[in-house]
Every structure is written in C-alpha cells, then in structure tokens.
Design a binder for this molecule. Sequence first.
Ligand SMILES: C[S@@+](CC[C@H](N)C(=O)[O-])C[C@H]1O[C@@H](n2cnc3c(N)ncnc32)[C@H](O)[C@@H]1O
Length: 241
Amino acid sequence: MEIHILSIFPEMFASVLDESILGRALTRGLLQVHPHNLRNFTEDRHRVTDDIPYGGGPGMVMKPEPMVAGIRAIQERFGPSYVILLSPQGDVLCQDGVKGLARMERLLLICGRYSGVDARVTHYIDAELSIGDYVLTGGEIPAMVLVDAVARMIPQVLGDAQSAVEDSWFDSLLQGPVYTRPVEFEGLCVPDVLRSGNHAAVAKWRRQQALLTTWQRRPELLQGASLSVEDRAIIQDFEGA
Ligand SMILES: C[S@@+](CC[C@H](N)C(=O)[O-])C[C@H]1O[C@@H](n2cnc3c(N)ncnc32)[C@H](O)[C@@H]1O
C-alpha cells in the first residue's frame, strides 16, 4: 500500500519512518510512505501556505489553493487515493476504521496547522479523522499515528502475525496481562499456567484474562465483541463474583 502525506513539515516523518517495524516494512516494500512538502504547491515567491482568518480572530488559516493543488498533483502523478484530512473535528479513529484503511491501495493524508484548514478544502476530501478528543498543534503527529496503526494491519508487516490478533481492540477486546523473565520480581510472580507448556491452557487463560480486563476497564466494549457461549459464561462468573 502507498501512503502520501501533505504537510508543511515533511521532514518530521523521517525519524518515525526509519525505525523499527515501520522502517523494516518500508525496506521490504510492504508499504510506501511519501511525505510531500505543501509549499511545493504554492505559486507565489514566498511559498505562503496560510493567511489571516476572515472575520478576524487569533491564528492563521491554511489556504485552500496549495492544499487542493497538492491533492490534484499527487493524484495525477501516483493515481487516485482516499483523501483524509486530519482534524480534531473528525470521526475518531478506531481499530475497525484502521482495518478498513489498511485494505485501501493508496491514502493521502492532509496535515493542518495553526487555526486549521480553510473549510472549502473539505469538498476535496473523502474523510475527516481525529486521533482523539484533544487538540494538537498540527496534523503531522496524527498522520504518524495513522500510518503506524495502518501499517501493522498490513499482512507480513508484523513478524509474528498472531500478535496483532491478540492485541487490544483487534477483536473489540482489550489484551490481558503479559509477562517476561524473571519468573519472580520483587515477590511478584508470573502465573504458573504461562510456564506450564500447555498451549491449550495458556490460550484459555489468555482469553479469560482478555475478557476480565475488558470487563473491568471498558465493559461497554463487550457489547460489540463476538463472544462464544463459553465467553459469556466466564463473564457471568465475573458478574456473580
Ligand atoms: C491547532 S489544530 C487546529 C484546531 C482547530 N482550530 C479546531 O479548533 O478544530 C491544527 C491542526 O492540527 C491537527 N490536529 C489537531 N488535533 C488533532 C486531532 N485530535 N486529530 C487529528 N488532527 C488534529 C489538524 O490537522 C488541525 O488542522
């Protein structure tokens, strides 16, 4: 899959894209990420991308012309893409949304700055997405969050394909506790079952713990989870305890 990013700070992405799982996915050609400098799509000598707001008020507003010229130029050169404006007013990104985006061939992410983007740009986008109910200074970090979340849903990006399936949110459940060595740390022990070598017992314990963690921390998620009869019995036990 290909992800394009339109930003006035395209160099911000280098450190995130060079490292770890994302870096390896790029090297292996499982994912391509192309940050584009919004200023390349301006037509004036000073390469201006923002202007004062109509009606007055604080802060600058990102101009529509470079944004729309950038969207058109990137699509003409690379092909059609699903265009996403990162915005605190958008639909909040969730794991199901991430899975849907990971199935797309090409995404184009638009990063705002200052007081936001001229409202007319929304006529040229397919979706407006937020990464949470708070405001950041720019769309670059939200774009990185989206790229990271989408990348790990692409087959083969994670070394152990199973690990995404057991992650929190994959199946509307939170993950249960995980442990590594040592067996005992300051009197706190790893549960025996995890050291038993009995794979069926470990899988059963992990499922119970995922259900327990979700029931304790985000019980509303259980409504949307696909639960077996056994799962439901386990939850009834929690409720009865
Ligand atoms: C300071 S914010 C603008 C906020 C805008 N004045 C408002 O109240 O909605 C600048 C840019 O950061 C990005 N941004 C900030 N918070 C975000 C969030 N929670 N999710 C996605 N993008 C966000 C958007 O691209 C936005 O245009």
